[in-house]
Design a protein around this ligand. Structure first.
Ligand code: FES
Length: 169
């Protein structure tokens, strides 16, 4: 495994105020910042996740990422219907990618202007970032709330973080 965050299977995606999110809470084109339901999660930069509901036309042309970035299992399988969840940590140098521009479907990083296209599964389409934002695999539980299917299955943040954080063999 490359890297672990506080996310685990079956954890609900909760807002900063602790409330869980249902699909019907979100309009097409909207974004919610969500965290795992553990104490202090809002201070864990690598747990912060952008839950986005695509517009129908974006979902229709959605191009899943290839299995890459150490991701052996869920290439393209992270989304749930029109909903996708990506790490807020920019894959360039690790700034928070705080802006989601719903008209263009792009996630913008303010540090060096990288842009990630949600219809391309958060692939970088402008700027210095070279790999997609990590995708959190999501689904919905029996009560109708979003949950994680697992932790991130690919590295969160810049590639050099993997090398620094990976335990020595
Ligand atoms: Fe996001 Fe550089 S850290 S573009």
């Amino acid at each position: 495994e490359l890297y672990f965050t506080a996310w685990e299977a079956d954890m609900r995606l909760v807002r900063a105020n602790g409330s869980p999110v249902r699909p019907g809470d979100m309009e097409p084109g909207s974004m919610e910042t969500v965290y795992p339901p553990v104490p202090g999660a809002i201070h864990m930069e690598d747990a912060a996740t952008m839950l986005i509901r695509m517009h129908h036309d974006q979902a229709e042309v959605f191009q899943a990422r290839p299995i890459n970035q150490g991701n052996k299992e869920n290439g393209g399988q992270a989304r749930w219907n029109e909903y996708v969840a990506y790490s807020k940590i920019c894959s360039h140098l690790g700034c928070p990618v705080s802006l989601y521009e719903q008209e263009t479907g792009r996630i913008l990083c303010p540090c060096h202007q990288s842009q990630f296209d949600i219809a391309k599964d958060a692939k970088p389409v402008f700027g210095p970032a070279t790999r997609s934002l990590a995708a959190l695999p999501i689904t919905v539980d029996d009560a109708g709330y979003f949950i994680a299917k697992s932790d991130y299955r690919e590295a969160v943040g810049p590639a050099f973080w993997d090398r620094e954080r990976r335990p020595a063999d």
